[in-house]
Design a protein around this ligand. Structure first.
Ligand code: BEZ
Ligand code: FE
Length: 289
């Protein structure tokens, strides 16, 4: 049969019929159908298709050990969050994208330590509990935390300004599943825009900003680990995250506290900024949404 606009999809789908791995066959067939429908829909000129291949080539060239432009592309197209959401737990805290700045090992810290190694920012305490869905505390949960500073930069972006490990900490919850640490209120910041993904955002009139957030990975024995953020309520871009990662259950008030007793317990002086963020971890065997 001649290869025509009408017969193209069947011809390519049929070419995968000997695929032994049934999942791979399903994926290739579906990819073919959707890709062909997309091409029939937009009817690209040869120059446009060449430009598309050129764009993807640039995305590849931008990748190295510390930069993953394909993940960034997946992020700004909402695919990363779609996959996260489809694989998220039904009863646990919602997950969000890992992001590119979890690239170094967080230093182990004690509960109550400060992750603001420069001590120049407005003091903020983040506290909370890690629990099972029925409220049972999860002691000894490992909490990996990372965030940018008040200017919107991670330590790895400012090696001449911030010491390595600034804004990062690896904590363990206490016997009642509690955690607390000192830090600064993070700022909103732009995702990396010096590559083809940045150009795509500019060409489509989109801004590159993420609302202010603190990243967490919570990991406890017998529980599904969760990669998530808590977002600063009311901050810029909370309704238009460039990577679509905001979920209302993850938004936290960072409010001014005048509680002297809390201040003493947390090793700060009142008034201080206090954010309370609890996390729920589903059992390991629980299915996905
Ligand atoms: C981040 O939150 O670190 C991040 C996530 C996705 C893309 C860029 C940055
Ligand atoms: Fe981030």
């Amino acid at each position: 049969m001649d290869f025509t606009v009408e017969t193209a999809t069947d011809a390519v789908v049929d070419s995968f019929r000997e695929t032994k791995d049934q999942r791979l066959r399903q994926i290739m067939e579906s990819l073919t159908r959707h890709l062909h429908d997309f091409v029939r829909d937009i009817e690209p000129t040869l120059e446009e298709w060449e430009a598309a291949i050129g764009f993807l080539t640039e995305v590849g060239h931008k990748c190295d050990d510390t930069r993953q432009e394909f993940v960034l592309l997946s992020d700004v197209l909402g695919v990363s969050m779609l996959v996260e959401t489809m694989n998220g737990s039904e009863e646990g805290t919602e997950s969000t994208v890992l992001g590119p700045f979890h690239m170094t090992e967080s230093p182990r810290r004690e509960l109550g330590d400060s992750i603001d190694l420069l001590g120049t920012g407005r003091p903020c305490v983040v506290s909370g509990r890690v629990l099972a869905a029925d409220g049972t505390p999860l002691p000894d949960t490992e909490l990996d935390v990372w965030q940018c500073n008040e200017e919107g930069f991670y330590d790895v972006q400012q090696p001449d300004v911030q010491p390595p490990g600034n804004g990062r900490g690896l904590f363990r919850t206490d016997g009642e599943g509690r955690f607390w640490f000192r830090t600064v209120v993070p700022s909103h910041y732009p995702i990396p825009t010096d590559g083809p993904v940045g150009r795509l955002l500019q060409a489509t009139g989109r801004h590159p900003y993420r609302p202010a957030h603190i990243h967490f990975i919570a990991n406890a024995d017998g529980r599904r680990a969760v990669t998530t953020h808590t977002f600063v309520a009311g901050g810029p871009y909370i309704d238009s995250d460039a990577v679509f990662a905001v979920k209302s259950g993850l938004i936290t008030e960072f409010s001014e506290s005048h509680e002297e007793q809390d201040a003493e317990r947390f090793g700060v002086t009142a008034p201080f900024t206090h954010a309370r963020f609890d996390m729920v971890l589903a059992p390991e065997a629980e299915g996905t949404r």
